[in-house]
Design a protein around this ligand. Structure first.
Ligand SMILES: *Cc1c(COP(=O)(O)O)cnc(C)c1O
Length: 388
């Protein structure tokens, strides 16, 4: 780590933007030319940093971005992103004017939404819309073909509304068994066949489907988890047809090193008791950083060796059992690699009995994100230009 960074606590996330770029390029290479990549950067790009990931993905050939909420799209616009942005989730119909002004595409998920939007939308404006079809996810979207036809009519009749796309979302694309996926795809094809006109952008695939099912690629895919270098599921880990690299790593530094004696206790509740003379290191990361208390016992890397977290994780600090006396300032890697050892996102997910998606989202905004390109830290304000 260089010293030029702007934070005063030695705990940080490193995001290697070259991984993002390579992962997007590898997917793009496998897609037919007609299939565009929509880079999914919702939730601050799965905790990686929306602006930086968006720039890296666009540079690698993505042509559109997707977020969950209008606020996320507006935040990207505020940071200078001019590429098309689709809001995948439900926006309030009262907010259509701000979306139109900022050239942000919204999702129509029921007919009454269109009616309410039409009431408030300014004259002489253009609002780009994608229609969401619920083919079996049961979340948002139009389920009925008659309603879909009526929505299409309403949009086509209104000169302020642009029918730019139609899409759906799969519930099981990452699973071994493809029977439910097939039912959803068939339903989507049926719904699309009910349209009077085909909008320019038809998309159904998340990362899993994009890699697995050519017949579901239509003319765009929505790429999330694989762009970050993570597998959509355990089932799919062996299947991904290119070497993809995890972009996110989490690090800290030892702030104090102490020798404790047999019988000495560590942290709240005295749940840990030394069995012999031991070296204990304190690191400045805790549950307020998203490094939650359930991670007690999880190993971290120090000097390329695995060392367990001992005692309760506190709000801002944790203690680890060191392999030997290390110096204060030694780097501790909580997610990522040191020498020959690595702790993957999947290992942390397994420990927490959850999916890898949840882990980078969990690491809170108190932990600064720093960005790497070509192995070097880059200027945050200008992530595409490496610092000399
Ligand atoms: C989050 C999301 C995606 C991205 O899914 P991945 O599995 O991360 O590729 C795609 N489409 C929709 C509708 C989503 O909500």
């Amino acid at each position: 780590m260089d010293e030029q960074f702007f934070f005063y606590r030695d705990t940080w996330v490193e995001v290697d933007l070259d991984c993002i770029t390579e992962n997007v390029k590898a997917v793009k290479q496998r897609l037919p030319d007609r299939v565009a990549i929509i880079a999914v950067v919702k939730a601050n790009a799965y905790g990686h940093g929306d602006f930086q990931v968006a720039q890296a993905a666009l540079e690698a050939g993505a042509t559109m971005l997707a977020v969950a909420f209008l606020d996320e799209a507006l935040s990207l616009r505020g940071k200078g992103i001019t590429a098309p942005i689709l809001v995948l989730g439900a926006s309030r119909p009262e907010d259509v004017n701000i979306a139109a002004e900022e050239n942000i595409t919204l999702t129509v998920f029921e007919q009454s939404w269109v009616t309410r939007a039409q009431r408030v939308l300014n004259p002489d404006t253009q609002l780009s819309l994608h229609v969401k079809v619920d083919t079996g996810m049961g979340r948002i979207g139009i389920r009925d073909e008659q309603e879909l036809r009526m929505v299409e009519q309403e949009i086509l009749k209104d000169s302020r509304l642009q029918f730019d796309g139609i899409f759906t979302h799969f519930a099981t694309a990452d699973e071994q068994n493809d029977s439910y996926y097939k039912i959803q795809l068939e339903r989507f094809n049926f719904m699309v066949s009910n349209l009077q006109s085909r909008p320019p952008c038809i998309h159904s695939s998340n990362s899993a489907a994009a890699l697995r099912y050519a017949e579901a690629q239509f003319n765009a895919v929505r790429l999330g988890i694989v762009m970050y270098g993570l597998s959509p599921s355990k089932d799919m880990k062996q299947e991904i047809p290119f070497p993809f690299r995890q972009a996110f790593s989490l690090h800290s530094k030892v702030t104090q090193v102490k020798r404790i004696n047999k019988g000495d206790k560590v942290s709240y509740g005295c749940t840990y008791e030394a069995q012999e003379k031991e070296w204990i290191g304190t690191i400045p990361i805790g549950y307020a950083d998203g490094w939650i208390r359930r991670l007690q016992g999880q190993e971290v890397l120090v000097d390329g060796m695995r060392s367990p977290i001992v005692g309760r994780i506190c709000m801002d600090q944790s203690m680890i059992k060191l392999p030997y006396q290390v110096s204060v300032g030694t780097t501790v890697t909580l997610i990522g690699s040191q020498q020959t050892q690595s702790i993957t996102m999947d290992e942390i997910a397994e420990k927490l009995e959850t999916i890898n998606y949840e882990i980078p989202c969990l690491i809170s905004s108190r932990v600064p994100r720093v960005y790497k390109r070509k192995g070097r830290m880059i200027d945050l304000k200008n992530p595409l230009i490496p610092k000399k």
